[in-house]
Ligand binder design. Structure first.
Ligand code: A3P
Length: 272
């Protein structure tokens, strides 16, 4: 279909592809899938199915905005489009690129206790490797080297939220970025989702009947027009056991960075 004058692509039944007015920028393993699925419960919001990786992958970025638009779902004009690519948050070139597309875009960032995020990140890579019949080192040997925290382990850097947040705040004011508490979204999703609705200025729609706790899964699942579903098995996996002495080191490692993050965003979280 040819692009229309307003930069969108229209479809005969009145739907069109729009650039996202909302992007979930991360963080990897923060609960980004849960957030986009829960946001999709709202009738105004339509989510891109896959992680688009437009602003962080050069091969995609070079294809230009028309390619980006072609990746978006068809919506009615009054609906809002959201995409999520968790790698955006930790990629330093992304904030400027998103700003250049739309300086007024609304950004959602879901964060979780940085230590828990590291263990979740490790678990994800562990299973990816297992699928490829490859081994992965035990958690303790990636976390620690010569008795100290192994700074070369990339998952640690992804959990240094303030370093990444600084990049975003060079382009966007805090009013444009809503931080979702990923630990709370796990334990009690509704209050977190009501805050998201308010931030996006959506009509309040998401309600208690949209969630039910599934004991087998150990997580909340979604109820949408009477249809019940849980997230994929890869969401909500058990994390490896880590010796208390190493956890203590990790806790110390994140203490100051966490404080810096709280100062940066003017809000505290239950991490320290
Ligand atoms: P774990 O699998 O380590 O527990 P992402 O979608 O960004 O990869 O995040 C995955 C995380 O989402 C999971 O990490 C899980 O803790 C969290 N999560 C939050 N709400 C969830 C829900 N209702 N069902 C399953 N996982 C959920």
């Amino acid at each position: 279909l040819p692009p229309a004058d307003n930069g969108t692509t229209s479809h005969p039944n009145g739907t069109l592809q729009q650039f996202p007015q909302i992007i979930i920028i991360g963080v990897r393993k923060g609960g980004t899938r849960a957030l986009i699925e829960m946001l999709s419960l709202h009738s105004t919001v339509v989510a891109a199915q896959n992680e688009v990786h437009f602003f962080d992958w050069e091969s995609h970025f070079q294809k230009g905005l028309s390619w980006y638009l072609s990746q978006m779902p068809y919506t009615f004009p009054e609906q809002l489009t959201v995409e999520k690519t968790p790698a955006y948050f930790t990629s330093s070139k992304v904030p400027k690129r998103i700003f250049q597309m739309n300086p007024n875009i609304k950004l959602l960032l879901i964060l979780r206790d940085p230590m828990e995020r590291v263990l979740s990140d490790y678990t994800q890579v562990f299973y990816n490797r297992l699928q490829k019949h490859k081994r992965y080192q035990p958690i303790e040997s990636v976390l620690v080297k010569d008795g100290e925290i192994n700074l070369a382990y990339k998952a640690l850097n992804r959990s240094l939220y303030y370093t990444h947040m600084q990049n975003w705040l060079q382009y966007f004011p805090m009013e444009s970025i809503h931080v979702v508490d990923g630990d709370r979204l796990i334990k009690d999703p509704l209050p977190e989702m009501k805050k998201v609705e308010r931030f996006l200025k959506l009509e309040p729609q998401i309600n208690a009947s949209n969630f039910y706790f599934n004991k087998t899964k150990g997580f909340y699942c979604l109820r949408d027009h009477g249809r019940e579903r849980c997230l994929h098995d890869s969401k909500g996996r058990a994390h490896p056991h880590v010796a208390p002495a190493i956890l203590q080191k990790l806790y110390q490692f994140f203490h100051q960075p966490n404080k810096k993050f709280f100062e940066l965003v003017g809000r505290t979280f239950n991490w320290n």
